[in-house]
Write a new protein. Structure first.
Lengths: 304, 299
């Protein structure tokens, strides 16, 4: 099974030419052209018209391109977005399986009409209400197109009428539920550590990297980035370090030697290596290899 | 949208006229006449006898009257409590949808018999046991009367002990799960983020204020307390502070200016924000406005 590597997904208002220019130059694994909260209501039509030219700018292999669509304007937004070069949509305000199925059906029709491989356009669902948190299982398993799921924490806080404070994380449960349900469904959970997921801000790269590490350590597989400066520290956090990979290769070698010698528990630096540790080592190594493949693909696309 | 504030719910034993007199003098938004926690078995018949008078006293004082009833003794407790003026009941240690449905039916019957408007007596479900929490969503949707959800005294009943950090084991999970369920069904989550040694809600006024502030920051709208000196702390903690109001006003002004200019992602100092953050700020200001005394508004 190939691992999907989408560490950083940089969200850019479709109407913000300068930010988009910066986004193409960034090293984001994916870029999401925002038609939703990042675009003022009066500029929705203008934003929509900018999607197709933006898709034409994308270098294949360099970054995946998504579009965040407005649920109430779903059909117009999809019609403006489903063209060659689009990897998927980010479905904001996913409230029910029905919402996902509607998007799924509309995508299918557009794929057919426009000669795009059927079922190829992915969906990233964003959960923004307590109802959707509670019903998350049916939402993320409604369509095989769903590859990632995350919370839109500021909208979720607003819909719960929460007055958040930076010291007290209101979404320990919601994020935990997301990670468990998404992982169980084979969907990648995405999100940033508190409070940055709820109150995005600019901060030094090392601080962002520490927060992204926290997110990874709580089960997230990537981050939707509100600013280009987040991309590098996020990519770094979700790419296993060389030291970690080297250590885990040693784990695998020693464990294999132990098994060959008739034991399934081998000491290493004061730790005991057993089956789960070996299984985890496999995950780390596979993730590192998949990241290396993705990074090589991006380098080639840049050179091309 | 409903504007009546229910930030502080003061539990008062239904059997004690002195306690009741103190409760109605307090600034509590709701007086909860208790037939469960503070009333030992042999005093229950006498406490039930007091209820109709107590409801009248609370209502005359301009407060809302709730009764706290035992999920195992619904018939007797509800017959004792449902009199004109009763706003609702807290069902302590609720565990099954049958209990909520039974309460609903008894309430319907008593409303008709005693001249209350049909369907007006509300239910607050106290999920205080593991079973109650496991079934919380089902309990919350078992009757249209369910208005609020609370963990009650789950820390004691479920024997959840403090961690060395003073947080109480499992409480963050249980609180946030219940708040999510309340949001999903449109009910009001009641509670505060208590820390040890404030077990059993025996908290100082200052610790109560902090618990209420933390509680509001994760979505609670009001909480139950047991002492008069905790009431103003709850009222204050569930009211946005002047600093919060100021920050929200400033953020909204920046957001509105930018939106008019056609941008919808904003930067203020090092913070980035969008519509969700603006919506949060707006709801904070709505709450702050609702918490202002009417006199202050007209002056």
């Amino acid at each position: 099974m190939t691992l999907l590597i989408r560490r950083s997904n940089l969200l850019v208002p479709a109407t913000d030419a300068a930010a988009l220019h910066e986004a193409w130059r960034s090293n984001a694994d994916a870029i999401t052209l925002d038609l939703e909260d990042g675009v003022a209501p009066a500029r929705k039509a203008e934003a929509r018209a900018l999607v197709r030219p933006a898709l034409a700018q994308a270098k294949p292999g360099r970054t995946e391109v998504f579009v965040r669509v407005n649920k109430p304007l779903l059909h117009a937004d999809l019609a403006a977005s489903v063209w060659g070069g689009l990897h998927g949509i980010m479905l904001a305000q996913a409230e029910s399986a029905q919402d996902v199925l509607q998007a799924d059906a509309a995508l299918g029709e557009l794929e057919r009409e426009r000669g795009i491989s059927i079922g190829s356009i992915q969906i990233i669902v964003l959960i923004e209400s307590p109802r959707a948190v509670w019903d998350i299982r049916s939402i993320i398993s409604a369509s095989a197109r769903v590859t990632q799921a995350g919370l839109d924490e500021s909208d979720l806080a607003a819909s719960m009428r929460i007055n958040p404070l930076p010291e007290y994380d209101p979404f320990i449960y919601a994020r935990g539920r997301l990670v468990v349900e998404a992982t169980a469904a084979g969907v990648l959970p995405v999100g940033m550590a508190y409070p940055l997921g709820l109150q995005a801000s600019l901060m030094p790269a090392e601080e962002l990297n520490r927060m992204a590490n926290n997110a990874r350590n709580s089960g997230m597989k990537g981050v939707v980035c509100p600013h280009a400066s987040w991309v590098e520290p996020v990519n770094r956090a979700f790419t296993p370090t060389d030291e970690l990979v080297a250590y885990n290769r040693r784990v695998r070698e020693l464990f294999a030697a132990g098994v060959a010698a008739g034991t399934a528990a081998v000491p290493l630096d004061g730790r005991m290596i057993d089956v789960p540790v070996d299984e985890w080592a496999k995950v780390v190594i596979a993730t590192a290899e998949a990241c290396a493949v993705r990074d090589e693909e991006k380098r080639r696309a840049m050179g091309a | 949208m409903e504007h009546r504030l229910r930030r502080s719910w003061l539990l008062t034993p239904a059997s004690s006229p002195e306690k009741l007199a103190a409760a109605i003098k307090s600034a509590a938004d709701v007086a909860v006449l208790d037939l469960v926690e503070f009333v030992v078995e042999r005093c229950k018949p006498a406490a039930r006898e007091h209820m109709s008078a107590a409801v009248r006293v609370v209502e005359a004082a301009g407060k809302e009257a709730y009764a706290q009833v035992d999920a195992q003794l619904l018939y007797a407790d509800l017959h004792a409590s449902v009199w004109p003026g009763l706003a609702g009941v807290v069902i302590s240690r609720a565990e099954t949808t049958e209990q909520i449905k039974e309460a609903d039916q008894v309430l319907t019957h008593l409303e008709a018999e005693r001249g209350l408007l049909p369907g007006t007596v509300r239910i607050v479900v106290a999920c205080e046991t593991a079973r109650g929490n496991h079934a919380a969503y089902e309990l919350a949707t078992a009757s249209r009367r369910v208005w609020g959800l609370t963990l009650g005294r789950a820390d004691l009943i479920m024997d959840l002990r403090p961690e060395p950090s003073t947080e109480i084991h499992m409480m963050q999970y249980l609180m946030q799960r219940l708040i999510t369920i309340a949001g999903a069904v449109g009910a009001t989550p009641l509670g505060a983020w208590w820390r040890a040694p404030d077990r059993g809600l025996l908290a100082t006024p200052d610790n109560t204020l902090q618990a209420a502030r933390r509680g509001r920051a994760i979505g609670f709208r009001g909480a139950l307390c047991v002492r008069e000196d905790q009431v103003s702390s709850l009222n204050q903690g569930f009211t946005p502070s002047p600093d919060e109001e100021h920050a929200a006003t400033r953020l909204l002004a920046a957001y509105d200016t930018a939106t008019i200019a056609g941008n919808a992602v904003l930067r203020q100092d090092d913070r980035l924000f969008d519509r969700g953050t603006a919506r949060c700020a707006r709801s904070l200001l709505d709450l702050a406005a609702a918490c202002k005394p009417p006199l202050a508004m007209s002056s």
